[in-house]
Design a protein around this ligand. Structure first.
Ligand code: MIC
Ligand code: SF4
Length: 653
């Protein structure tokens, strides 16, 4: 029987288990990378595990999120990360070198590899034919310490691309927006999207990476493209021809599902506030006045994108009321557009050039004003993420964004006579790795520098047999990790300081949550009630770690997003699912809830009786923890488990 691409890559890395959807498998990992906002915890946790040097073939520590440096916190984190990378044998990508996913694609990603990154958009590397998966920091730390990566085998969906994009105004971004329109932000949970079909050849590597990047918004485990002549061209142009292998699915490969997209039928699309799946054709919003346009981020900041944007702006002027912000994805791209004159055209048109970082995408500067409309070529538009709860953020392809910046309102530029130059992927990228510090050989003498903002990682006590806790909050479907643990300029610098950051948990939903949780902690702790797809979005483990610090014992939801579910388990919080979803109505904020016989139930059929002591009602919830996950939760989380067992036993056994 023929094998698909995912099976081929998994098979060559399989340590344990069978490639049957739903079964737990262990995989060998080639690369682990971290970014600063999740990386400080990851490296603190790696240090706490007590291993001398990373055990994966390649580890890279990037700095791209926390770049504002309005006080000592960000630079202290940077120096911690730099010294930790040197001490433990990782590459360090200095601030200014680029957004982790773009740089990794350019300089490290390889077809056929398996990589993990402490960021949900790690699947960007799937554009080159690598299986790249976003994980929490602690998961990454344990894999860097030599543990295999464990995951439930996802279903594999073939996305068959046919036809031809109606260039120039329809881009790769519209392909992924179309998938989001069809499948929604939870349509990809438990699935890997493998791209195939004749129109794969229509897309270059950075365009493919736009699609795999934003596949994260489907809730997918990852997305991957075949590795072909186009991949070879990209790797050659990056001076890494030797990293190329050809990789594609067998003719008779089988899939759990097949989706077809005819590229010829696509038109420019746009996601309306406040969800990336709220997608409509751009033309339906024609005439909507726009205040801000942002182009760049890890989704759309290749050299090709920036040059095409420059060609739209060339000789023109942005509308008077528009703020146009541009954050290129890497130093390579920035330097190339500076040298070829594109940067001058962008500046001349009136754009504000930001440094190479995540920037406005995560509310690190560039927030829109009250009630303002922002159109961005980014991947997420959750309410408040841009730094202002009262702003309206739309997501569209970067060329539409540039045209909108000129006109000052949303419109479909398809029928305009505006000339655009879409350059092919260059034959030679400019290679200048002077902000990339290779791992040090002599590690033992290196002292890790920790500023006052860097606090130890809190540990949780082992699981108790009974939880008697207060319902602290009840929320609806698709709650994001931005809702649970906001980012932005005020909160993001606190990522290395759990006591301080925990004061912002659920800040935009219920600012009194932390205070109430601390009160409840004295009486036995708290419980959160969620809807479908609880914890979608980012990989930030702070969305589990900070609630754990505040005494949250369990989350009962209708379903969970993959990375957040793992993060909850890794920090000893029970993720429980309603057996009958309507039982959610039996719980209200402030109720006291009792769950008993937890340890026995965990070791049996994983069903738990919940008593609402405030109303007398009862119902059943369940968990579906793997054997390993059970051990972790019983120990109070992954870090406690690893610390107790690293010398004694193999964590996967
Ligand atoms: C995001 O896009 O939400 C982030 C910020 O990159 C996060 C990581 C983080 O919260 O540090 C992600 O995508 O995982
Ligand atoms: Fe950075 Fe935004 Fe990409 Fe997250 S989605 S890595 S914040 S650019």
């Amino acid at each position: 029987m023929g094998r698909n691409l995912v099976e081929k890559i998994f098979e060559s890395h399989l340590l344990k288990g069978r490639l049957v959807p739903g079964e737990t498998i262990s995989l060998r990992v080639d690369e682990v990378y971290t970014q600063d906002a999740t990386g400080t915890m990851a490296w603190l946790q790696f240090e706490a595990i007590g291993i001398d040097r990373v055990k994966v073939p390649l580890a890279v520590s990037y700095v791209d999120h926390n770049m504002i440096q309005s006080n000592f916190r960000n630079p202290d984190d940077h120096i911690f990360l730099q010294t930790a990378a040197q001490r433990f044998g990782a590459y360090f990508s200095k601030p200014g070198n680029g957004i982790c996913h773009q740089v990794n694609l350019e300089r490290f990603a390889r077809p056929g590899w398996i990589g993990l990154g402490t960021d949900s958009h790690t699947p960007t590397n799937g554009g080159i034919g690598m299986i790249a998966i976003g994980v929490g920091g602690l998961e990454a730390a344990t894999v860097m310490a030599g543990m295999p990566f464990e995951i439930k085998m996802p279903k594999v969906v073939l996305v068959r691309l046919t036809g031809k994009l109606q260039r120039p105004w329809v881009t790769a971004m519209d392909i992924i927006l179309e998938l989001l329109r069809r499948l929604s932000v939870k349509g990809g949970v438990g699935k890997i999207f493998e791209y195939g079909g004749p129109a794969v050849a229509e897309l270059n590597v950075t365009e493919r990476a736009t699609i795999t990047n934003m596949g994260a918004e489907l809730g997918a485990t990852t997305s991957v493209f075949p590795s072909d002549e186009i991949t070879l061209h990209f790797l050659k142009a990056q001076g890494r021809e030797e990293h190329w292998i050809e990789l594609h699915a067998d003719e008779d490969a089988e899939y759990d599902e097949v989706i077809e997209i005819d590229l010829s039928s696509l038109e420019p699309l746009i996601a309306r506030p406040h969800s990336p799946d709220n997608v409509v054709p751009v033309k339906t919003l024609s005439g909507l006045k726009v205040d801000q346009v942002c182009i760049g981020s890890c989704t759309n900041s290749s050299y090709q994108v920036m040059r095409s944007v420059a060609s739209i702006l060339r000789g023109r002027k942005i509308a008077e009321h528009i703020n146009l912000l541009i954050n290129p994805g890497s130093k390579q791209v920035y330097e190339m557009i500076a040298r070829d004159g594109s940067l001058a055209e962008i500046i001349a048109a009136g754009a504000r050039l930001l440094e190479i970082s995540c920037g406005p995408c995560i509310g690190m500067g560039g927030a829109p004003g009250t009630g303002q409309v922002s159109v961005r070529s980014y991947n997420r538009n959750f309410r408040g993420r841009c730094g202002n709860k009262d702003a309206e953020v739309y997501l569209a392809n970067p060329l539409v964004c540039a045209a909108v910046a000129l006109k000052g309102e949303i419109f479909d530029p398809t029928d305009t006579d505006m000339e655009i130059e879409i350059p092919p992927e260059p034959d030679n990228f400019l290679i200048n790795d002077n902000l990339l510090i290779p791992p040090s050989e002599e590690t033992s003498k290196i002292r890790i520098i920790k500023g006052p903002n860097i606090k130890e990682v809190p540990l949780k006590e082992p699981l108790t047999d009974t939880i008697e806790a207060e319902v602290l909050l009840k929320v609806g479907d698709n709650i994001t990790t931005d809702d649970i643990m906001p980012a932005g300029a005020q909160v993001l610098p606190l990522r290395s300081n759990i006591p301080a950051i925990s004061e912002y948990v659920f800040h935009n939903i219920d600012p009194r949550f932390p205070e109430k949780a601390i009160e409840a902690k004295k009486r036995g702790g708290g419980i959160i009630i969620g809807g479908e797809n609880y914890g979608q979005g980012s990989s930030r483990e702070h969305a589990a770690l900070a609630p754990m610090y505040l005494g949250v014992k369990a989350v009962i939801a209708r379903s969970f997003a993959r990375i957040h579910r793992s993060n909850l388990i890794n920090f000893g919080i029970l993720p429980l699912v309603f057996e009958d979803p309507t039982d959610s109505e039996k719980l209200h904020k402030g109720d006291i809830v009792k769950i008993s016989n937890i340890i026995k139930s965990l070791n049996n059929e994983q069903k738990f009786k919940v008593q609402n002591l405030s109303t007398g009602e009862e119902f059943t919830v369940y968990s579906d923890l793997s054997e390993r996950e059970k051990k972790l939760i019983l120990s109070g989380g992954l870090l406690s488990y690893v610390r107790n067992n690293i010398q004694k036993t193999d964590i996967t056994s």
